[in-house]
Design a binder for this molecule. Structure first.
Ligand code: PRP
Length: 214
């Protein structure tokens, strides 16, 4: 869609709702988005924006390939897929951490190959390569915490937000890998060819986040 409107990919779910509130506050409202419907595209030509609801892990793909000019993606997704996009702002929402977790009573033997279950395969590989540790990855798609409990893996690399899932399954954080939060990302061509619109959006959101929008 190459009209003058900014195309924004938002992650479906709680993070996307919080992100939309920031965009709305920054002067990019689209009231129809709040209708409870199964529609995926909402636009407000007066405000110059069109929103798409996208699976959170797909936002970076839409933005990288130019189907969206900008989007909101977790730092976890950016670190995992390393899309060729610009990271413009830390939105300060969706805060959590990427961590290694395992059973409370597990003692690590650093000379043994470690079995790591995760959906963040690249993050896990990079992290352990940096430590010079040999690992085998078991790629899972969800409920990662089950893997060490059932003996499928030694540890997991996953997102920890409140820590409740770990606690309720007798697991604990063993090592912190990185703090995570949602980022405003931009397509590289849009940043060049729609620079006024992208720069305006980014600076208005920045003002909102700093509380300068009053
Ligand atoms: C994520 C993550 C953990 C959980 C952490 O799972 O994979 O399981 O949230 O949150 P907590 O520290 O607040 O308990 P998600 O809900 O995305 O589902 P998943 O099992 O499909 O990954």
């Amino acid at each position: 869609m190459t009209d003058g409107i900014l195309n924004v990919a938002l992650p479906k779910g709680r993070l996307g709702d919080a992100a939309y509130s920031i965009f709305e506050k920054a002067g990019y409202p689209c009231p129809s988005i709040k209708e409870n419907s199964r529609k995926l595209i909402f636009e407000n030509p007066e405000a110059g924006c069109r929103y798409f609801w996208v699976k959170p892990s797909d936002v970076a793909i839409y933005v990288e390939r130019g189907a969206a000019d900008v989007g909101v993606a977790g730092k976890d997704i950016i670190d995992e897929y390393t899309p060729d996009v610009y990271e413009l702002l830390d939105l300060g929402i969706g805060r959590c951490r990427m961590a290694v977790a395992g059973p409370k009573d597990r003692k690590d033997d650093p000379f043994r190959r470690l079995l790591v279950a995760t959906k963040f395969v690249n993050i896990a590989k990079r992290y352990y390569a940096g430590k010079g540790r040999d690992i085998d990855i078991i790629r899972l798609n969800g409920s990662i915490e089950l893997a060490p409990i059932l003996g499928l893996s030694d540890v997991i690399v996953d997102i920890v937000e409140t820590g409740t899932t770990l606690r309720e399954n007798d697991l604990e954080v063993k090592e912190e890998i990185a703090p995570i939060s949602a980022r405003l990302i931009a397509n590289k061509a849009s940043f060049r060819f729609k620079n006024d619109a992208v720069a305006r959006l980014s600076s208005r959101i920045g003002e909102c986040l700093r509380g300068e929008d009053k």
